[in-house]
Design a protein around this ligand. Structure first.
Ligand code: HEM
Length: 261
């Protein structure tokens, strides 16, 4: 048997895969948050960052494929382990379920499913930019000028996107579930790698809680401050005009800029 099939067939191997893929996805979540927090700066900041990423298709596609593989491995091993756990303990404990096992793993599965649904919506919302699901209009029409180039206006897209109450609410709810998922998931990953003793476990749990709270606050602040019109409300008017009339920005910039994307 190859090392790969040994890992995927044993339950400890599956736990390693789930913990390892979870750790890498966690790094993505932090990196993505740092990128998104630039929305609190001037519009050019996040637009320059987004344009830099979009101008590196090989890097972006490499990251997309990598993320997809990580998500598939994480979800498959999670479902397999959850089924195996249920099969091993078909009868519930008297007086309810054991703390730290059944209810938490069910919570992980439930929050994981909502996060997966959120990611599907999120990709359709900001990456594919499907007008039918954003409650605003066609985001692909919103452009700005950056160093003489006409580029997608990601700042305006975020501002217009989160001025819609149900979109802002859905993002906040999804971040709350991500918070629950990470709070338990980070600590469990350390446990899967055998890093659990009476000295380190309380520290690991403290760190896991702190990190998941910081991530929740960072992500949730974006829709909240945009919806409350603390961020980008002046800019939104200009961008909304472009949605009604996609030609409105073009004459001012078409002479100096060349269209990209
Ligand atoms: C308030 C929360 C969030 C905001 C404002 C946000 C913003 C964005 C934006 C603007 C893009 C499109 C970038 C572009 O194409 O220029 C994007 C892409 C993406 N986001 Fe988020 N995001 C948030 C939360 C999350 C979370 C929690 C996850 C994962 C757990 C996530 C995963 C992704 C992925 C996988 C992409 C696709 C990257 C690509 O392939 O282009 N996002 N996000």
């Amino acid at each position: 048997m190859s090392i790969v099939s040994v890992i995927f067939k044993s339950s400890i191997g599956k736990k390693y895969v789930m913990a390892g893929t979870g750790a890498l996805l966690f790094l993505f979540v932090i990196g993505h948050l740092v990128g998104n927090l630039q929305v609190f700066g001037p519009p050019e900041l996040i637009n320059t960052y987004a344009h830099f990423l979009q101008s590196k298709p090989a890097m972006v596609w490499g990251a997309r494929i990598g993320l997809l593989v990580l998500v598939v491995l994480h979800v498959t091993t999670a479902v397999q382990l959850s089924i195996a756990n249920k099969a091993a303990r078909p009868v519930t404990y008297s007086g309810g379920e054991a703390y730290g096992s059944a209810w938490q793993s069910r919570y992980m599965l439930m929050s994981g499913i909502v996060i997966a649904a959120f990611i599907v919506y999120h990709l359709a919302h900001f990456t594919a930019r499907l007008p039918a699901i954003n409650g605003v209009g066609d985001f692909t029409k919103i452009k700005t000028v950056l160093h003489g180039e006409i580029v997608p206006d990601v700042y305006a897209m975020m501002v217009l996107g989160f001025q819609v109450w149900w979109v802002a609410l859905f993002y906040i709810v999804a971040q709350a579930l991500l918070f629950i998922h990470l709070g338990h998931g980070i600590a469990s990953a350390f446990q899967s790698f055998g890093l659990r003793d009476h000295v380190w476990w309380p520290r690991i749990q403290f760190l896991a809680k702190g990190a998941s709270i910081a991530i929740f606050i960072g992500y949730a602040l974006i829709p909240i401050s945009i919806y409350m019109r603390v961020v980008g409300s002046d800019y939104a008017g200009k961008a909304a005009a472009q949605l009604k009339d996609s030609a409105s920005v073009q004459p001012a910039v078409a002479t100096q800029g060349k269209e990209t994307h």
